[in-house]
Write a protein of this length. Structure first.
Length: 163
């Protein structure tokens, strides 16, 4: 069954938490509001994963696709960084509304780019999933997501108890 990929924003606190265990988890050096963790959401083996997208850069046109880096429309629309993917649950991300009405020119351009990236990725879904499956997932990350979920559930239980 083919499921459409979706664009999501991952919670920066969750990325900070994962970085305790894996130094390769994405990190934004700049203001996190201006550079949110935006990427593709996909499911594999009953787990959800996030893979960050990168906007087009001149170097992408010259780079080759590899097992963990995949150019979107030959680099014209950026790339998907499979080497930086992390496991997520619906508690760790929010779906991006690509149909949001915006009036700021930069935001319009950015949403247009995200739509074009998503359309290309969905039309090349089989190739993307093949890449993802070939990419060697760090199964420790799956364990981390389960432990993080347990911590969240414990926190909710404590808050409920205190109220």
């Amino acid at each position: 069954m083919i499921l459409n990929l979706r664009i999501v924003k991952v919670d920066s606190n969750y990325c900070n938490y994962l970085r305790i265990f894996d130094s390769k988890v994405i990190y934004n050096m700049d203001n996190k509001e201006s550079r949110p963790y935006i990427g593709v959401l996909f499911e594999m083996n009953h787990f959800e994963y996030y893979a960050p997208l990168t906007s087009p850069k001149p170097k992408h046109l010259k780079m080759k696709n590899t097992i963990d880096f995949y150019k979107i429309k030959n680099g014209q629309l950026g790339a998907i960084n499979l080497n930086n993917m992390i496991p997520v649950t619906n508690y760790n991300y929010t779906l991006i509304n690509l149909n949001e009405k915006v009036f700021i020119e930069d935001k319009v351009k950015y949403l247009t780019l995200l739509k074009e990236q998503l359309n290309w990725l969905n039309s090349n879904y089989i190739q993307i999933i093949f890449k993802l499956r070939r990419n060697r997932l760090n199964y420790m990350k799956c364990i981390l997501i389960i432990n993080y979920q347990k911590i969240l559930n414990l926190g909710v239980a404590i808050l409920d108890f205190l109220n």
